[in-house]
Design a protein around this ligand. Sequence first.
Ligand SMILES: Nc1ncnc2c1ncn2[C@@H]1O[C@H](COP(=O)(O)OP(=O)(O)OP(=O)(O)O)[C@@H](O)[C@H]1O
Ligand SMILES: [Mg+2]
Length: 244
Amino acid sequence: MSEASENTVPLLEFSDVHAHYGPVEALKSVNVHIHKGEIVSLIGANGAGKTTLLSSIFGAPRASAGRILHKGEDISRLPTNRISRRGIALVPEGRQIYQDMTVEENMMMGTTAIGMEHFAEDRTAMFELFPRLKERRSQTAGTMSGGEQQMLAIARAMMARPELILFDEPSLGLAPLVVKRVFEVLREIAAMGKTIFLVEQNANHALKLSQRAYVMVNGRIHLSGESAALLDNEEVRKAYLGLH
Ligand SMILES: Nc1ncnc2c1ncn2[C@@H]1O[C@H](COP(=O)(O)OP(=O)(O)OP(=O)(O)O)[C@@H](O)[C@H]1O
Ligand SMILES: [Mg+2]
């Protein structure tokens, strides 16, 4: 992290955040921060609480204690639509595209937070980033391949012109070549000036892409630091990279 970002208010910050599903505490005093322009990753095993952390930004579940700050303002009690309008978009786990709608209609749904004013221009930009989506613009989204659906989920999030994009396991269930393409796309999106918070089980790719990373275990942040250092960390290598 640069000295400049050390001294500025984080774009997003979790401060001692707890969250519950009924009696189950899924987040336990989580502290995470993301500065503008960074790519930060969050890795952890199944059930660690990664999706819960992303969902808590939109209030599902709401933080039961602690604060979620966007540009220094507590957003943990705001309605979901107000949070989207602050320039935060989610590419959800499992894509969650509208299966019965066409590619273009899905992209239109992405503009909900900002309106249709920039639709044509932004659609052109997304068709340049994802030529396959241009070819398939009138196709029903549910009939596309997993990789194509992932690209559509990313394009839909981008249509909201977000400053910060949250990705929840974008490489899940995709073939190695498609995974490689997904990570290239993330790099291109970062180069467009977007800030990225990336949740991944593919720790190797995630740590190579990001500048900093957090490791979550059982609802807590267990380790954090520069991604390069975590790639060399013996515990991370054994538990998340399958190396010894
Ligand atoms: N809607 C829910 N109701 C009750 N418990 C839930 C709910 N969603 C998640 N949990 C529980 O909260 C914990 C954290 O789940 P979460 O989905 O955040 O994990 P994750 O790190 O995203 O896992 P994965 O890598 O499998 O996606 C798990 O024990 C899970 O069973
Ligand atoms: Mg998850």
